[in-house]
Design a protein around this ligand. Sequence first.
Ligand code: SF4
Length: 285
Amino acid sequence: MSVTPDGENPSALTEPSHLSPSSATLFEQCPRRWRLRYVEHLPDPPGAAALAGTLVHRVLERLLGDSADQRTLERARTLAAEEWPLHQASPEVSALSLAADEVRQYKWRVWQAIAGLWQLEDPARVDVLATECRLDVQLGTVPFLGVLDRVDATEGGVVVSDYKSGRPPAAGFAADKLDQVLLYAAAWRATNGGSTKRARLLYLGSRSIEVETTDEAIDGALGRLHQKWDALKSCFSSEEFAPRTGPLCAWCPYTAHCAEGRREIRRRMDAGLVSRNAPAMRHLE
Ligand code: SF4
């Protein structure tokens, strides 16, 4: 598939077969970026933080898969040590070309996130129903696809949780983030039947952000998902994926394919609004 420097492709476009929460979020951030990633399949290699997060998820998946009395910090350390060689040898981590001190920082970051679970809850007291659940289900008109980190049984009802190893959002931005777990709750209900009580974002080592999964809350998240799906389909109909410029352009991997993004970054640089260390800087030289 040929791509012009600004990401336009003259051939007909094929609509996506699924929409995941992360894909929906990226589309909302910038339709042009969404197209470059999901239609043109231009590379967007994960950074160290995202890769470290995959190892954290893997260790916690195994830990919560153990019997409750085995879910100790010591066991988590053993699991992390077991997982490390395979993780370090993966093509994505190898591509980071980490120096010895950077490897130490990377492993420290992973461990801080894993141990951070104990700041939020005692995993030995959790009644786990499922971990790493692939949810491939039709939600209204949207073919939803996502992987739910954990589902617990509690006295109050079923709780769905998603681990986050980054920093929690600033006040006022939590509601957007909670849509993801509300959609997971909706997909869990649609797949398994029954109801859910709460949905949580577990910011490891920091705090938990939670919402009651009332019908009203889930309907609101589903409504916003449908709006994004309809907007995405409109983009496919018109074959126009407008760039949405802003602060995130400086962190976009596709600035070489986006003249509007390059202009935005220059404007922000002139205004002193962007760090010269931002990844996109190299495309402006
Ligand atoms: S540079 Fe900015 S406007 Fe262009 S694709 Fe990336 S995020 Fe979108």
